[in-house]
Design a protein around this ligand. Structure first.
Ligand SMILES: *Cc1c(COP(=O)(O)O)cnc(C)c1O
Length: 359
């Protein structure tokens, strides 16, 4: 069977080497005589997996011992409510930057626990650009939350914005490890791992110790960051296989190097955006060039009929996962780390072939 070119937004493409290693471990994990699927979560081997994965996250993000690193259940959305549960007091306020559907969902979840202030929003323009970062940030906020890369609409904050001493929390689900980045500016960052870092259902989180001291209410241990830290992410039966796949991804990222990954990602994105900017059939969703995501490239075609025809052409040519999110429509091509330049070239050739017929 033909291997598909996978441009899905998540679960996303994984490198063939990682899939191969994961398959080997399913068969037999090292010299344990067990499959990784049978491996005890409180055994020595899994403790080694946790330790190496945390070490690699520290190394790749440049974090010192002031940060605690956790692998938690529940993907991205569980962080949407764990953050306010832990850090937003009932009579307190948190600031949210609303730059897309994920940011909006995060602030909706937070409103269950305390007051939420929307500090900036680009919702009225259907998130076609980033909102202007607020010039003033109230000092009394428990934290400011934002989304570094807006997966659905295809916008991205290129630098870490200034939060004026208020703890800054970033949802980095779709662009973690995609580029050089100053992670030490954050009091906390997190990522659902099914994009650049593995399989669904898990979140990688890094939290600075000063923020961990500010837990606002009594919580059941599963939902408490300090309780999870105390048990080193193994409070209950951990997702052993999923965390192992993330370790394989971290090793792959380290071997390739973030600088090389960033260079490749820029090349992929530039190839696609320049095809879109020159096109008479396709229109990029984000017009403000400085705001464009290097990871998720969104665009539309002339009309619904033309979109259907292009989708069919892609399917015939073994491309999957380019339909836009249900709230944005059109197309979305996700260029995660595991997607290679040749796949993007293949897509651009099809776009050009399609255009020459449509014109
Ligand atoms: C994918 C994604 C999420 C949601 O992750 P789930 O694991 O499906 O809950 C959250 N935030 C961003 C920015 C995402 O891209």
């Amino acid at each position: 069977m033909q291997i598909k070119i996978n441009f899905n937004a998540g679960p996303a493409a994984l490198p063939p080497e990682v899939l191969h290693e994961a398959a080997k471990a399913v068969n037999k994990y090292k010299k344990t005589g067990l499959s990784i699927l049978e491996l005890p979560h409180r055994g020595k081997e899994f403790a080694e997996i946790i330790a190496e994965s945390k070490q690699l996250v520290r190394e790749l993000c440049g974090l010192d011992d002031n940060y605690e690193i956790l692998w938690l259940h529940g993907g991205g959305r569980q962080q949407f409510f764990m953050i306010p549960m832990n850090f937003l007091p009932e009579n307190g306020s948190a600031g949210y930057i609303d730059s897309g559907r994920w940011s909006e969902e995060a602030l909706e979840y937070a409103a269950h626990y305390g007051d939420v202030q929307v500090l900036a929003s680009s919702k009225k323009d259907n998130y076609r650009h980033l909102p202007t970062w607020p010039a003033k940030i109230p000092k009394n906020l428990a934290y400011v939350h934002f989304t570094t890369n807006n997966t659905i609409y295809g916008t991205q904050w290129k630098d870490v914005p200034e939060s004026k001493g208020v703890p800054l929390i970033a949802d980095m689900s779709s662009d973690i490890f995609s580029r050089e980045h100053d992670y030490t500016k954050y009091s906390m960052f997190y990522a659902a791992v099914q994009k650049n870092l593995g399989t669904p259902g898990i979140a990688l989180t890094a939290i600075r110790k000063d923020l961990l001291k500010k837990v606002a209410r009594s919580l059941p241990p599963m939902l408490s960051y300090p309780a999870q830290v105390k048990e080193d992410s193994i409070l209950n039966t951990a997702n052993v296989f999923g965390i192992y796949v993330s370790l394989l991804m971290l090793r792959w990222i380290k071997a390739k190097g973030i600088a090389t990954i960033e260079k490749d990602n820029n090349q992929k994105a530039q190839l696609l955006y320049s095809a879109l900017d020159q096109s008479s059939v396709f229109t990029p969703y984000v017009t403000e060039k400085a705001d464009r995501s290097m990871t998720n490239v969104c665009f539309t075609a002339k009309n619904a009929e033309s979109e259907k025809a292009f989708l069919a052409l892609c399917e015939e040519n073994d491309i999957v996962g380019i339909s836009g999110h249900r709230s944005a429509g059109g197309f979305r091509v996700s260029l995660y780390n595991a997607v290679d330049l040749e796949s993007v070239r293949h897509l651009v050739r099809l776009m050009q072939e399609f255009e020459s017929k449509e014109r």
